[in-house]
Design a protein around this ligand. Structure first.
Ligand SMILES: [Zn+2]
Ligand SMILES: [Zn+2]
Length: 155
């Protein structure tokens, strides 16, 4: 996908600029983490990303992954999600706003976007004179697979 390559190039530029701006050195470990992160389309916990990175670089530790994700968030490349006591990160550069359904059993995350919901909340905010500067909908429940599993085990 050509669009994806282009996006990643922009993300690398943003990252380089961020490092320069904050007087941070480019490190091989951080670059490896960035490359793996840019290739994912998921909502990753620190542990998830650590496992992926360690396939290529076993010398990278959890703290480095965590700190790099924090830097990526500060640079606007990652978004931190606080889900049910767990922190996950997703790519955020040039991504459209979206919300999440989260399965409590298997942890699967489904993204959704609804223009109607967005419009409705703006209307409600206007009615009560509220200035919205951001929102996140995390909707919890069971995915189709886990519902089927639960139903089967009840039999
Ligand atoms: Zn599930
Ligand atoms: Zn998402």
């Amino acid at each position: 996908m050509a669009a994806e390559v282009k996006d990643a190039r922009e993300e690398r530029e943003v990252w380089s600029a961020y490092l320069v701006q904050h007087g941070l050195k480019r490190s091989e470990q951080r670059e490896a983490i960035l490359e793996v992160f840019l290739r994912t389309e998921n909502h990753l916990s620190v542990e998830d990303l650590l496992q992926l990175v360690q396939k290529r670089r076993p010398d990278v530790g959890r703290t480095t992954v965590y700190r790099t994700l924090k830097l990526l968030s500060a640079a606007g490349l990652a978004r931190e999600l606080h889900l049910d006591g767990e922190t996950r990160f997703e790519r955020d550069w040039n991504r459209e706003h979206h919300d999440h359904f989260i399965c409590r059993a298997c942890g699967d995350i489904f993204e959704f976007k609804s223009d109607e919901i967005e419009k409705l909340q703006e209307e409600i905010a206007e009615r009560i004179g509220f200035a919205i500067d951001g929102h996140r909908h995390h909707i919890y429940g069971l995915c189709r697979r886990c519902q089927a599993k639960a139903a089967a085990s009840r039999r």
